[in-house]
Design a protein around this ligand. Sequence first.
Ligand code: ADP
Ligand code: MG
Length: 730
Amino acid sequence: MTNLRFNAIEQAMSRVPNPVSTPDAKISDYFGQNVFDRNTMQKFLSKESFRQVKEAIESGHQIERRVAEQVATAMMAWAISKGATHYTHWFQPLTGTTAEKHDSFFELADGSKPIENFSSSALVQQEPDASSFPSGGIRNTFEARGYTAWDPTSPAFIMESQSGKTLCIPTIFVSYTGETLDYKAPLLKALHELNEAAVPVCQYFDKNVTKVNATLGIEQEYFLVDIAMFNARPDLETTGRTLFGHIPAKGQQLEDHYFGSIPPRVYAFMVDMEIESFKLGIPLKTRHNEVAPNQFECAPVFEEINLAVDHNQLLMDVMDRVARRHNFKVLLHEKPFAGINGSGKHNNWSLVTNTGVNLLSPGNSPKTNLQFLTFFVNTIKAVYDHADLLRASIASASNDHRLGANEAPPAIMSIFLGSQLSNVLDEIEKSVGKAKMTPEEKTQIKLNIGRIPEILLDNTDRNRTSPFAFTGNKFEFRAVGSSANSSNAMLVLNTIVANQLKEFTKEVDAFIAKDVKKDEAILQVLQQYIVHSKKIRFEGNGYGDEWRAEAHKRGLSNVTTTPPALDAYVSEKSKKLFHDNNIFSHRELEARHEILLETYMKKIQIESRVMGTLVLNHIVPCAVKYQTELIRNVEGLKSLGLKDEHYRIQMELIKEISEHVAIIKTKVDEMVDERKKANKIEHAREKAIAYCDKVRPHFDEIRYHVDKLELIVDDSSWPLPKYREMLSAR
Ligand code: ADP
Ligand code: MG
């Protein structure tokens, strides 16, 4: 029988784990060996050039041409010594993946002499054929070309693959008229603004602070399925998720997978993936099973945010490549299997000073605690004021399945603080409204602030249902989807916090100008903020219906689908925010909005097409074939002279199959009609909404009947691997 499903099962069953790779060296011996990091650079550059590069990186200033020339020469010498033959600018276009265009170092000097060459101009700037990357009309209407430009703050690295080694240079991607066309450029701008905004605030407390950076630790959840199973599911292959499949009897109800022992084949994959990551300087730290069967997680040690994002993008790539060596396919989709936990990408975020202080870590004195409270409360206010924008930053067709699906935070933005810090804020709030605090009140507040312990009890007892939770010394943004580029969420978060800190400084300075003492000025402004943003604080169960009702009462938004969620990008408020902070012009925002809408629309369109084809070419024929067998059986029984009661069940099944098939066909036809109507719509937003509201609802209806057929139809002819077959990690 040429049933792909049975071939896949057979292949998957016969696999043996790859031998676990065991390098003889300690991790620290080979960590970063494929990275042109500072230490390596220092070895390859003159003292003076190295100093200049280092300084330029730290200050964000441009690197002089002459020095760039030396870096290029050094980079090439290093890369060639490592066996690299090609180089590429590595960038993050708005498609959500990373892009590369490989060029060889090889050249013919004077037309005949073969040499290796890599000039500073090739390092600093390139012109990829950009026409295939989304630009939201920017390039079409203004300037046809875009270029990539070197980001010296993220070190170059060598990507090893079966076909060879390539030097990858992290770059931004912009149009010739200066509009950003990627994820990295706006993140770098946001970090610049954050620094500008945060340093003056730090200086209220410590004059030694001259630089503030954001830190990020990204937890990455993913599924692994056997590659043969994956290949036998056209839906998984083209859309990243299963469009059909009955939920297995033993799914995750028992939750015995979580922290259980890692299956041997998976273990071999993880070790291999870690070795590859370590060579690339990705500091992976933890690995474990997740809640769902075949679901796993890894997390690195946190890093400076630009690097953390690059490393996560690189990690997703490494995972995919290594998985193939182990006959696995990595699923990064937020919801590959209905009814089973989805995957997220928790973004652990904090702020750190050049003096090494984590600004979101409570200290051990009233002064350090007031500084902590300042950044803590300003972040809360920023999230409250721009909750809709933050929601927009994580919106995608795939994440829509996960948010609010009783396993992941809802689409309502709220913040969890833990009881101790909630109490501290409540105490400060109580003294609000009084023009002047009594000395006793002031002392009380200072005492309360002084009492914030360094180790917070809630740190061990956290609320896992909150989209944005304070977890001891950082905020954890949990609503980010597993397949997302974290830049999107992070550029928004850092922009709103930067904007907020600027506002804060203005307000505090205004008080100080009126001769209010600095500490008191800070406290007064914080008090106002605490009252102002109280509605966003929620300590209860974020998964419950009660919270939806309560949030509604509080006036918090709960936008459950992507197209309307994206509106927040182009609201007057967001336009002003991004403009004032030099992140996006109105035009750039509108272009981005359009790209996101288009991406959404295309995803739903593809799903709808795949669904239609699968149903009509695979499922329905299979059901009808089985039905024909039943009919023959009934005819046979009749011809033997048996009575109704002897083929009653068969008759029922025959009828049931007809009913399901009829509904499926009708619904698919309706869906195709809706698609045709939607395709005629010109306007990107209306079109995306039509796909969301008119096309997408058919998915669940069609699926319901297909999944019923899966239960009725003869197992031996069912074409698609079933959930329990795909989800048996061994
Ligand atoms: P959990 O699964 O309990 O949330 P993990 O240990 O898996 O915790 O992940 C926590 C993540 O938070 C790690 O990547 C860690 O490096 C990161 N992290 C810790 N401190 C900071 C910080 N100050 N800034 C950013 N990320 C941090
Ligand atoms: Mg976490």
